[in-house]
Ligand binder design. Structure first.
Ligand code: G3I
Length: 337
């Protein structure tokens, strides 16, 4: 479990418990608004759980629906964390996104020791077992996560490419569809939210999948970004448009907005963050088939960013669950203000 962020946020906005629910504003816009969550915090920290239930109608497991925690030991499945998150969602009228079936960033080490034929058998069994377990209870799956190389040259060199070959992406989607005919099946990635070589390569990947009638329904734009940086709203809008024109839905899947490098006062940083949250959510809302926005956490008390990029305040609520200007930027975008 992540430790509370060491950085302090001077804002003293209203507590989450006193704010109009973001999920109501999202519902009015016909959208899902979500957050990445951890089952231990849902069970052990009432203010965390209450804030999730009040403000979001969509949850993604930050960790517990990945292969590493579920299949830590070959031949065994541990669904305790995943089951807890799905149960919480169902108890609070929320949808669930399963994240992520195949991702090199959360694959147990024993997979790398398998011969290709065994790896294929294991991957097929894993996808069928996990997706079948939550059939009808998970609204969407990130079937494959971050399969495209950063330089846009092709598929990233992962254990899946090496063991299963370049068609593993299509095969994973077919297996997921076979296990759940209703769930939205998503390709999820970062660094392709606007224009650029990686964005173009992701577009080519999903265009090819659609052309081959592979059962892919959408693309997740992770949106781990810096305030005022990439993507600019117009390039995000153009990218979303071209993906939608393939017949796909699009979702903002893991949004957080770093501000440590924004010049000026903390107040200036927080306002730049507010504008970026507003602009990205508005660019999604402007496109009817951009159907969901998920934040990668929701309180600066727990964010992966601190451990990866250094202390920052990337989310909507501060460490004390008080609203930051970013919260109101999202609310304004959802309300079309
Ligand atoms: O909680 C367990 C603990 O019980 C266990 O003993 C320990 C052993 O390593 O692991 C602990 O789990 C950690 C988990 O976060 C929960 O806090 C894992 O070590 C740690 O690797 C995991 O990091 C997550 C990371 O993905 C890798 O799965 C981050 O929380 C999560 O924010 C991050 O999210 C990713 C998305 O899935 C994909 N896009 C990028 C994004 C940021 O990296």
């Amino acid at each position: 479990m992540a430790q509370p962020s060491p950085s302090s946020t001077p804002t003293a906005g209203p507590p989450a418990s006193e704010l109009d629910p973001l999920r109501d504003a999202a519902a009015n816009a016909g959208r899902w608004v979500g957050a990445a969550v951890q089952s231990g915090l849902l069970a052990g920290e009432p203010e965390y759980a209450d804030t999730v239930a009040r403000h979001f109608n969509y949850v993604t497991a930050e960790w517990e629906m990945k292969m590493d925690p579920i299949a830590r030991v070959q031949g065994q499945y541990d669904f305790a964390g995943a089951d807890a998150i799905v149960a919480f969602a169902e108890a609070h009228g929320m949808k669930v996104k399963g994240h992520a079936l195949l991702w090199h960033g959360a694959t147990p080490a024993w997979v790398g020791d398998l011969a290709p034929a065994e790896a294929r058998r294991v991957a097929e069994a894993y996808i069928r077992t996990v997706v079948s377990r939550y059939r009808g209870r998970v609204a969407a799956w990130d079937v494959v996560n971050e399969a495209v190389a950063e330089d846009g040259s092709g598929l990233r060199d992962t254990v899946f490419l090496r063991k299963l070959g370049p068609d593993y992406v299509a095969e994973a989607f077919r297996l997921a569809r076979g296990a759940d005919p209703q769930a939205l099946l998503i390709y999820n990635d970062y660094g392709g939210e606007g224009s650029g070589v990686k964005s173009d390569r992701i577009y080519e990947l999903v265009r090819d999948l659609r052309a081959r009638r592979v059962p892919i329904d959408g693309v997740g734009l992770q949106m781990h970004i810096e305030a005022g940086g990439y993507p600019q709203p117009d390039e995000m809008a153009a990218n979303v448009r071209r993906l939608v024109e393939l017949g796909l839905v699009v979702n903002v899947s893991e949004m957080d907005v770093r501000i440590r490098n924004v010049p000026g006062t903390q107040s200036a940083r927080l306002d730049a963050q507010r504008r970026t949250y507003r602009d990205v959510v508005a660019a999604c809302i402007a496109q009817p088939r951009c159907h969901a926005v998920t934040f990668w956490g929701f309180t600066d008390r727990y964010s992966w960013v601190d451990g990866f990029f250094g202390p920052d305040d990337p989310l909507l609520f501060d460490e004390a669950y008080r609203a930051k200007p970013a919260f109101f930027g999202v609310q304004d975008a959802l309300l079309g203000r």
